[in-house]
Design a protein around this ligand. Structure first.
Ligand code: NAD
Length: 241
């Protein structure tokens, strides 16, 4: 039986672990051939994993060229790579304590990296291409702390809308997902309290399912949209911490 993404080729940035790995798996299950761009190539050899730093334009261009050499085409880009809560020291800081060096690094990876990848990929995509940016609830509401991360994700949301407007003439759709708290082994045990409407953590597969929908035929009329995958956390008023 044919699958939704049969004969399609996708690049997932930051797909070596966490949510990106779940997105890779979901796209493969939907029939796509997936290449991963990551700075961390993991302990075991993996042909699909290319060592590409998303902030390095030359590396990104040659990564895209390698994918097209290997698979003949590029249909989907998922901009998932980011400096995340994994770097815990960046996250608890009040704005007045954030160093300009950390600010630049987070903006560089989370926002400029996505722009660099989108530019390189869109230049090589045919009509029908799709880009999905992995933003965050923190790009939609001010949660307090990690101002550089929040601003990078807010920027990613406007990157999504701006690119959707410009790339429509090339037949390329651009959307975003905005995950809330997703349980990864390192972020928190599933039992820690969380402020979603159900009180439950999301799973990486929940984000992957939303990305898979946005690149599917069912979403052909969805463009420039930001799909929250946050257990409703963003609809609640909460004092800043
Ligand atoms: P993670 O830290 O587990 O994975 C991020 C990946 O990006 C890693 O494999 C890392 O090596 C890679 N990466 C970092 N810098 C890179 C660079 N310069 N070039 C290429 N790859 C690079 O993160 P995660 O929690 O799985 O998050 C994935 C995405 O989801 C991120 O965009 C994050 O902001 C977003 N998000 C996560 C959560 C959550 O609760 N985990 C919530 C909202 C949004």
């Amino acid at each position: 039986m044919s699958k939704e993404l049969d004969r399609q080729v996708a690049v997932v940035t930051g797909g070596a672990q966490g949510i990106g790995l779940a997105i890779r798996t979901a796209l493969e299950e939907a029939g796509a051939r997936v290449a991963v761009f990551d700075v961390d190539t993991g302990p075991a050899p993996d042909d699909a994993l290319l060592k590409v730093d998303v902030t390095d334009e030359a590396q990104v261009r040659s990564g895209v060229a390698e994918v097209i050499d290997r698979y003949g085409r590029l249909d989907v880009l998922v901009n998932n790579a980011a400096i995340t809560a994994r770097l815990a020291h960046l996250f608890g800081q009040p704005a007045l304590d954030v160093s300009v060096e950390d600010w630049r690094q987070v903006l560089d990876v989370n926002l400029t990296g996505a722009f660099v990848c989108a530019q390189a990929a869109a230049r090589r995509m045919e009509s029908g291409g799709r880009i999905v940016n992995v933003a965050s609830v923190q790009g939609l509401v001010a949660t307090g702390g990690a101002i550089h991360y929040s601003v990078s994700k807010a920027g990613l949301i406007m990157l999504t809308r701006s690119l959707a407007g410009e790339l429509a003439q090339r037949g390329i759709r651009v959307n975003a997902v905005a995950p809330g708290p997703i349980a990864l082994a390192r972020t928190a045990p599933n039992t820690a309290p969380v402020d979603t409407l159900s009180g439950e953590w999301g799973q990486p597969e929940d984000v992957a399912a939303a990305v898979t929908f946005l690149v599917s035929r069912a979403a052909v009329f969805v463009n420039g949209h930001v799909l929250s995958v946050d257990g409703g956390v963003s609809v609640r008023y909460r004092n800043q911490v």
